[in-house]
Design a protein around this ligand. Structure first.
Ligand code: ASP
Length: 452
């Protein structure tokens, strides 16, 4: 997704997920589930009543929550990508600024994802879990996510994996949750929509934007039951894995923070200093208002007005370039999100003992880079995308339950990186060329800092 229209659209369509007391309710659900599960693990391990609760109460509630999320993934991803690409039509009219933004986004996102994948491989935060227990847990969750898991069962290898990216039948690709194939079709369709500009295609684009708005609203509603679902997930997991779960989760949070930290405090300063010729210290101090806003809202879209103002009044970047880069970047250049998705997928694969070959990891990397475009800049925007990637690499998407409880905090951190990353991009694009975009950026104009 890109552009202010899309951002505004998402902001309007989405109730403020995770705002207000929802985040507290999620935290309470997390703690109660964890404490309850640990108590069951410590005092009533293997007791019949614990098994009964897991099988008939907490297990099914968690599954229903996940199924509600999965149900919305295809419409959400498809509509977000199609509209995102269609809006990138601006890139054409922006000439070199557009191309530079695109190239920058691809290079820096690749660096980000490579860092996170390297870190998970080196530090192995999810490795060493009792395989029998993990499999038992997967068996319990398998039913709910079985349709998605099936898709990955016949995962392809080598050149076939590449060929399979192009779906021969989009309906069957969707029904088997073949994420890359669906993404490919959505990208292709978006390009088609760019090329044919008639009254009817405008209407079609509007309708697809409508699908996006509805999907976002429904996800917002589903997220409301997250506290109960998270209680259930944590109870199931900690009753099964006991204290080991806590250690693994802490290691996972540590690796995500380390990856985000490396990008924020090593890669960005290096880019700022050597490519943009800007003092990193001055940059961080000038952008702190936007960072704080991103941290507290966990939404790049909600932070866009603040980021625009900061670029204008603090960084003093050329208005038109900054507006273009920031509006596109709010949803299409999400370094933090790409890193988080990479770490999470590999962590869960390790946790559940799924061996990922180098080719599988390259697949994860590619999807995480692409997912930068397909992930909405709203709180929890990554979750449905992660569910799909998990299915794509053969890890039960139900595993996402493991990280839901700590997601809110990590969301705040990765969104900060997303927003700072957009501002770094704006700084670099402004510094590496004197050409201001030549017209055709009404959307950027609309997002004038004066509206803030
Ligand atoms: N919350 C993130 C953002 O708005 C998206 C995500 O969930 O990763 O940038």
């Amino acid at each position: 997704m890109a552009g202010t229209d899309a951002s505004e659209m998402a902001a309007e369509a989405t109730p403020p997920i995770g705002h207000g007391n929802l985040q507290w309710r999620i935290l309470i659900g997390f703690i109660l589930g964890l404490v309850g599960g640990l108590a069951a693990y410590s005092f009533a391990k293997d007791a019949l009543w614990v098994q009964t609760i897991v099988t008939y109460v907490t297990g099914p509630i968690g599954q229903i929550f996940l199924r509600l999320l999965f149900m919305l993934v295809i419409p959400l991803l498809f509509s977000a990508l199609v509209v995102g690409i269609a809006e990138m039509g601006e890139i054409r009219s922006l000439g070199r600024v557009g191309i530079r933004t695109l190239v920058y986004t691809v290079i820096v996102s690749s660096i980000a994802v490579a860092i996170s994948i390297a870190l998970v491989n080196i530090l192995q935060p999810g490795a060493g879990v009792d395989k029998a227990a993990a499999n038992e847990l997967l068996a319990q969750g398998a039913e709910g996510a079985s349709s998605i898991v099936q898709a990955s069962a016949e995962s392809q290898a080598g050149v076939n994996q590449l060929i399979a990216i192009v779906p021969s039948n989009i309906i069957s690709a969707m029904s088997s949750n073949d994420i890359l194939a669906v993404m490919f079709f959505a990208l292709f369709f978006g390009i088609g929509l760019l090329l044919v500009q008639t009254r009817r295609t405008e209407t079609l684009k509007d309708a697809i934007e409508g699908v996006f708005e509805v999907s976002m609203r429904l996800i917002g509603m589903v997220i409301q039951i997250a506290p109960v679902a998270i209680f259930c997930f944590m109870f199931n997991l900690s009753a099964q894995f006991g204290w080991e779960l806590l250690v693994k989760l802490a290691a996972y949070v540590g690796v995500v923070l380390l990856a985000l930290g490396l990008q924020m405090f090593v890669v960005f300063p290096a880019i700022l200093k050597f490519v943009a010729g800007k003092s990193p210290i001055a940059f961080f101090s000038e952008t702190r208002e936007a960072s704080l806003m991103a941290f507290s809202t966990a939404s790049s879209n909600a932070t866009l007005p603040t980021a625009l103002r900061v670029a204008d009044t603090e960084l003093k970047l050329p208005r038109r370039i900054a507006r273009f880069v920031l509006t596109i970047g709010a949803t299409a250049n999400q370094n933090g999100t790409a890193m988080f998705e990479g770490v999470t997928v590999l962590f869960l694969a390790q946790f559940f003992g799924v061996d990922l070959s180098l080719a599988d990891q390259a697949f994860v990397m590619l999807i995480c880079i692409l997912a930068g475009i397909g992930t909405a800049g709203v709180p929890g925007g990554s979750l449905p995308v992660i569910a799909l990637i998990l299915a794509g690499v053969g890890v039960d998407p139900a595993g996402i339950g493991l990280i839901l409880g700590v997601d809110r905090f990590l969301d705040m951190c990765r969104t900060t990186l997303n927003v700072v990353g957009d501002l770094v991009a704006a700084q670099v694009i402004s510094a590496t060329g004197s050409d201001a975009p030549a017209g055709g950026i009404d959307r950027a104009e609309m997002a004038s800092a004066d509206d803030v």
